[in-house]
Design a binder for this molecule. Structure first.
Ligand SMILES: *[C@@H]1O[C@H](CO)[C@@H](O)[C@H](O)[C@H]1NC(C)=O
Ligand SMILES: *[C@@H]1O[C@H](CO)[C@@H](O)[C@H](O)[C@H]1NC(C)=O
Ligand SMILES: *[C@@H]1O[C@H](CO)[C@@H](O)[C@H](O)[C@H]1NC(C)=O
Ligand SMILES: *[C@@H]1O[C@H](CO)[C@@H](O)[C@H](O)[C@H]1NC(C)=O
Ligand SMILES: *[C@@H]1O[C@H](CO)[C@@H](O)[C@H](O)[C@H]1NC(C)=O
Ligand SMILES: *[C@@H]1O[C@H](CO)[C@@H](O)[C@H](O)[C@H]1NC(C)=O
Ligand SMILES: *[C@@H]1O[C@H](CO)[C@@H](O)[C@H](O)[C@H]1NC(C)=O
Ligand SMILES: *[C@@H]1O[C@H](CO)[C@@H](O)[C@H](O)[C@H]1NC(C)=O
Length: 261
């Protein structure tokens, strides 16, 4: 199994998936997609080896090949430019057995869902839709889909549930009103306080991201009230309500309903 798995980057380059595109979604959402502790390399491989073949006009395009090259440059174990989170992942992966958890120590999410790698993945629609999203997003969420419930359990929503729900929403086509200036003005104020890289990130959100960084797919998102205090304060709700479209199609479904509030 190790040999088979270690051939992944090459094998995976030859395979494909169907089309869905997280256009204009904020990287934070994808980073929030937590992978269940129970997803093993075997489960993951079972999914990605059954993806459909990518069309020639996609794999032969310059855009696809440029994106694939840049992606491999940062993530492939054979690349001299591999980034530290991916080095950690490949060190683990090359020696892992099929029954081990894909996202052990969050190595997988830290490697493939950091902003640098996601921005390369998104730099070409064909690469994203047919390669990156099916393998790294869809196939790692497979185990979650069956678990997903839109209502919270007694204890609350887990990162896996939140991720599956947010992903389901952000992979749908956007509303026309989601490209207006008024929408982006509200989104900008929201992101300024809640986006992990923001200079004006609130202390509550900073606590939330610190917690999330060490959490597992099965951990509760609102442990210690961190999620609530980051995303559901009066100030944040007022910002969301300042634009109906932002509130209705983005904030309420993704940050309130998915989180079980
Ligand atoms: C995601 O993966 C599941 C399970 O392999 C598959 O049934 C589904 O069609 C995939 N969805 C997309 C959009 O690729
Ligand atoms: C995940 O694994 C744990 C421990 O093996 C088990 O108790 C739990 O039910 C599993 N969860 C799912 C959703 O399979
Ligand atoms: C490839 O060809 C199909 C069918 O002709 C077309 O729908 C698709 O947009 C093309 N993709 C690219 C990347 O050119
Ligand atoms: C690979 O990464 C290095 C270091 O970041 C960079 O200088 C180089 O241009 C990259 N090459 C490609 C093909 O992306
Ligand atoms: C990742 O790798 C670096 C460099 O090898 C190491 O210092 C660091 O402790 C590793 N991180 C984890 C979480 O293992
Ligand atoms: C692989 O795992 C074995 C057993 O845990 C360990 O002895 C060995 O040092 C590991 N190899 C690498 C390259 O990490
Ligand atoms: C995903 O969203 C669609 C459309 O909103 C909904 O019908 C479907 O039940 C959702 N699936 C899950 C697993 O949440
Ligand atoms: C951060 O806050 C400062 C002071 O209130 C403000 O000038 C700046 O524009 C804010 N930055 C963002 C990205 O909102």
């Amino acid at each position: 199994m190790n040999k088979l798995l270690s051939a992944l980057p090459l094998v995976a380059l030859l395979i494909a998936g169907s089309a869905f595109y997280l256009a204009n979604s904020n990287n934070q959402l994808e980073a929030a997609i937590a992978i269940s502790n129970n997803l093993s390399f075997f489960d993951w491989a079972t999914c990605y080896t059954h993806l459909p073949q990518i069309a020639d006009n996609c794999t032969n395009s310059d855009g696809y090949n440029t994106a694939a090259g840049r992606f491999a440059n940062l993530t492939n174990s054979l690349s001299p430019n591999i980034i530290v989170p991916c080095k950690n992942f490949t060190n683990f992966f090359l020696n892992a057995t099929a029954d081990q958890a894909v996202n052990f120590n969050n190595y997988f999410t830290n490697c493939f869902f950091n902003d640098e790698v996601i921005s390369i993945a998104k730099s070409n629609e064909c690469f994203y839709n047919n390669y990156f999203a099916p393998i790294y997003l869809n196939c790692t969420q497979t185990a979650l889909k069956s678990l997903f419930k839109n209502t919270k359990d007694d204890e609350g929503v887990t990162f896996s549930q939140l991720g599956a729900c947010q992903y389901n929403i952000t992979s749908q086509p956007q509303q026309p009103c989601q490209s207006t200036d008024a929408y982006w003005a509200a989104a900008g104020q929201f992101n300024a306080l809640t986006y992990p890289d923001s200079a004006n990130l609130t202390a509550a959100c900073s606590n939330y991201y610190d917690y999330r960084g060490h959490a597992f797919g099965d951990s509760l998102i609102n442990q210690y009230g961190y999620y609530h205090d980051c995303f559901l304060t009066q100030q944040i709700q007022d910002i969301a309500k300042s634009n109906d479209c932002f509130n209705t199609y983005y904030y309420q479904p993704i940050y309130v309903k998915c989180a079980g509030f």
